[in-house]
Design a protein around this ligand. Structure first.
Ligand SMILES: Cc1cc2nc3c(=O)[nH]c(=O)nc-3n(C[C@H](O)[C@H](O)[C@H](O)COP(=O)(O)OP(=O)(O)OC[C@H]3O[C@@H](n4cnc5c(N)ncnc54)[C@H](O)[C@@H]3O)c2cc1C
Length: 466
């Protein structure tokens, strides 16, 4: 079997590559290989069971058409300052142009026209003033919120559109290797039960997302694909009552704050804020349970959750950032008997664990009921914990009440950004015919940035001779 373009992974990066090719009138044959299911067959049993069933062979939340996007909160960050390092490769103005264009595609497929976080009113000015005083940077980032339930319909419409426009979608099949001969990528190998099938291609796109980062790391070392060790973020998900977060929720929806707290001066930031949202658990294929958060468009909780992440970059001789963060996650899981750990902020400062019965004494009830009360400090590295505590104290100045005794910290919140694949501005890797996109490439870390990387790739393929 031979195609002009084979795309591995049907996340936003992969699907926007195909979408843009067809929008530009390209008649090239395209195959998208996805190890998960089409959108309409993706279901998380937790809706019924109320607890994560650790589905095998993969988690439906992160796997299947539209990747980690379909079941995500669907917050499209409309600023090139947010979502990854791609603007550093292609230029900020061009990246912003691509964001505006791609936002238009999301609107065409039914995204809500309302944009959060664009008001320049007195409230935002006051928040920024407090942030400056606390030594934090407030990043301006308009957000289009799809909402978990609406995102699924939108991606279903894209799935149908691609099928109607002659893009072949192959579900339930996993790519296990690349066919590389004499420095040229000529296709992919697919797992077919006990057998391996070869699909030849002129161009191969690997867009396997964060979950495919380990696999891509292996491919890089086996095939000599040039790359640099990536960053990992280690942190916690913080949950407060909506009343505490009300001012920032109303004025900004998502407050993107960045700080470099003493004594380490590492970058620490807020990420993925969910007003009225829910804390959730994700299970990686290697059984690692990590915490996340999302919010529905209609169904609201009494709480707001937001991640606080500390970036870790390592130097020679250490170059296994993903393994490092995984060990932190494993240790935390071990302490929680395989569950997410939750601890009150005040207990951390008092040097004691949180007991399950103490959670019921607060105004704040955890929105992740199967999280286990315990001591996250027993697994969190000293540097990360100190960064988090000092950052929370700075945020308390911007959002009074954020550092309350009852504020909940869930762990492990880990973001693996993959090795950063060496790429030129035309998105070519060091191996001819191979292109690595989206979160697995290390250049993006969000829906919009992954989508624009796909759009750019689609344009490059459309420009080439048919
Ligand atoms: C719970 C959650 C909430 C999120 N919320 C937001 C948000 O609100 N806003 C935001 O901007 N970002 C959010 N994100 C991040 C966002 O979803 C990702 O940044 C984005 O989906 C990355 O797109 P991608 O195409 O690079 O990869 P992915 O979306 O991860 O897609 C990769 C696809 O490749 C498939 N795959 C992997 N390996 C193979 C293989 N070997 N063979 C075949 N298929 C394979 C996977 O099954 C997957 O479907 C969230 C993520 C999660 C998990």
């Amino acid at each position: 079997m031979k195609y002009n373009v084979v795309i591995v992974g049907a996340g936003p990066a992969g699907i926007f590559t195909a979408l843009e090719m067809r929008k530009r009138g390209s008649q090239k044959s395209i195959l998208i290989i996805e190890k998960g299911q089409p959108v309409e067959k993706r279901t998380c049993p937790k809706i019924v069971t109320k607890k994560c069933m650790n589905c095998k062979p993969y988690c439906h939340i992160t796997t299947g058409f539209s990747g980690a996007g379909a079941f995500s909160d669907g917050k499209l960050s409309l600023s090139c300052e947010v979502g990854g390092d791609l603007p550093g490769l292609i230029g900020e103005d061009f990246a912003q142009e691509l964001i505006d264009y791609t936002d238009g595609i999301y609107l065409d497929f039914g995204a809500d026209e309302h944009v959060e976080g664009v008001s320049a009113d007195e409230e935002v000015k006051a928040i920024r003033k407090r942030a400056i005083k606390a030594g934090l940077k407030l990043v301006d980032c308009p957000i289009r919120h799809l909402g978990t339930e609406k995102a699924q319909q939108l991606y279903l419409d894209i799935e149908h559109w691609l099928q109607e426009h002659g893009v072949d979608l192959c579900f339930g099949r996993e790519c296990n290797d690349l066919l590389i001969e004499n420095g040229v990528c000529k296709g992919v190998f697919l797992q077919n039960g006990a057998e391996t099938e070869t699909i030849y291609a002129d161009e191969v796109v690997v867009a396997t997302g964060r979950r495919g980062a380990d696999w891509l790391e292996k491919l890089c070392s086996e095939h000599g694909i040039e790359h640099k060790a990536g960053t990992v973020d280690i942190g916690v998900r913080v949950e407060c009552r909506n009343e505490v977060m009300e001012t920032v929720n109303k004025a900004l929806y998502e407050s993107k704050l960045i700080g470099y707290p003493k004594p380490f001066k590492n970058k620490v930031r807020t990420f993925c804020q969910n007003p009225g949202g829910f804390v959730s658990q994700e299970n990686y294929d290697n059984d690692l349970a990590v915490v996340n958060g999302h919010s529905f468009k209609e169904k609201k909780s009494d709480n707001t959750n937001v991640a606080i992440l500390c970036s870790h970059n390592f130097n020679n001789p250490f170059n296994q950032p993903i393994e490092y963060a995984q060990k932190v996650g494993e240790l935390t899981n071990m302490l929680g008997a395989g569950h997410i750990l939750v601890q009150r902020y005040g207990d951390i400062l008092d040097g004691k664990r949180t007991w399950q019965k103490e959670l019921a004494q607060s105004n704040l009830r955890p929105t992740l009921p199967d999280a286990v009360a315990g001591d996250i400090t027993a697994a969190m590295p000293y540097r990360a914990m100190t960064n988090i505590i000092n950052f929370i104290q700075a945020v308390d100045y911007v959002v009074p009440g954020f550092a309350s005794y009852e504020t909940l910290l869930y762990s492990p919140e880990l973001k693996f950004y993959s090795n950063k694949i060496d790429m030129d501005v035309d998105l070519n890797t060091s191996v001819k015919g191979l292109h690595c996109l989206g979160d697995s490439s290390g250049w993006t870390r969000g829906l919009m940035m992954a989508s624009i990387m796909g759009v750019l790739m689609g344009r490059k393929f459309s420009e080439e001779n048919e």
